[in-house]
Each structure stands twice: as C-alpha cells, then as structure tokens.
Write a protein that binds this ligand. Structure first.
Ligand code: NI
Length: 168
C-alpha cells in the first residue's frame, strides 16, 4: 500500500500479449508469490505490473479467510463482474498489499464474471457467497481499489493478532 501502481486502473491485455512469453513469466512469478504468502488470490498490480490479470487458487475447506470451495489455480484475464443480486454480506478481508490487517467489507453475494482464459478463450460463471467476495476483492485491484476503500465502518479494522483473538 502506497505504491502508485496499486492505485492505477490497469490496462487490458491484447490477444498477442496473452499468448506471449512475458505473460507466462508474469503468471509464474505471481503463482510463486501467491503460494509463498499462503494467499488465495493475487492481481498483477500487486507485483508491480499494471495489467488486467489476476490468479486465484483455493485449496478448499477451512482457509485463513473462512470456508471456501476448492478452485485449482486459475488465471483471469481482462475480467468483468456483473452484480446479479444487490444483497450484500460482510466478510473479513485481508490483502498481501495491506499486510498485517483485517477488516469487514460488505459486498454483493451473487455475481457473474466474464474473462479471457490463459488460452485466449472467453469464459464466464456465476459465484455466490464468500467466493463472490474473493473475486470482487481481486478484480478491484485492477481498478486501483483496495479492501480498505470498500470498508463502510472503519472500527472493524484490526491487526491480525487482534483479529485472531477477538473476531475469528
Ligand atoms: Ni488484495
């Protein structure tokens, strides 16, 4: 947090760029970073590259962020989110780019995402519940937004230690 790249609107990748070796290297670098951190999602601006690419990998079962369905490592290029139901729920969020902190964020709980796969093919699916929150958090990074920007009540902002002690 504080790096200007995290506050930029990232640019789309062209079909030529999607199939380039540079993009393959970026994805490999991001995968290493995500696994080192033990996170579930990472967006390219978080490694200093302002392009519309994010990766998500969820082992499933209880994670440090709650109960989630498993998702193998998946790359989302030029993604878009459509809110299908404006009903919101609040979940505790954390972020590699905002280390050591957690905060409650309300987000819509039924969304459709459309994106380009790493093979350059269009794809889409619907998401519910906490998984919908995870994707909105990651794709926010492509628009220069951090979870703290989405908090409506800053009183829940907590250090991880206090979160574990009082809120988990
Ligand atoms: Ni994040």
């Amino acid at each position: 947090m504080g790096n200007p790249v995290l506050r930029q609107v990232a640019r789309e990748l062209s079909p030529q760029e999607i199939s380039s070796s540079e993009t393959a290297l970026l994805i490999a670098d991001m995968t290493d970073t995500l696994r080192d951190y033990g996170g579930i999602g990472l967006a390219a601006p978080q490694v200093g590259v302002a392009v519309r690419l994010a990766i998500i990998e969820i082992e499933g079962g209880p994670t440090r962020y709650g109960e989630l369905e498993a998702m193998p490592l998946t790359v989302f290029i030029n993604p878009e989110i459509e809110v299908l139901d404006s009903g919101v729920a609040a979940y505790w969020e954390g972020c590699l780019s905002v280390p050591g902190l957690r905060g409650l964020v309300e987000r819509p709980q039924h969304v459709r995402i459309r994106y380009t796969t790493v093979e350059g093919k269009p794809a889409e699916f619907e998401l519910h519940g906490f998984t919908a929150t995870v994707f909105q958090h990651e794709f926010d990074h492509l628009n220069g937004k951090l979870f703290v920007d989405r908090m409506t009540d800053m009183s829940s902002l907590s250090f991880e230690r206090e979160y574990e002690r009082y809120h988990s």
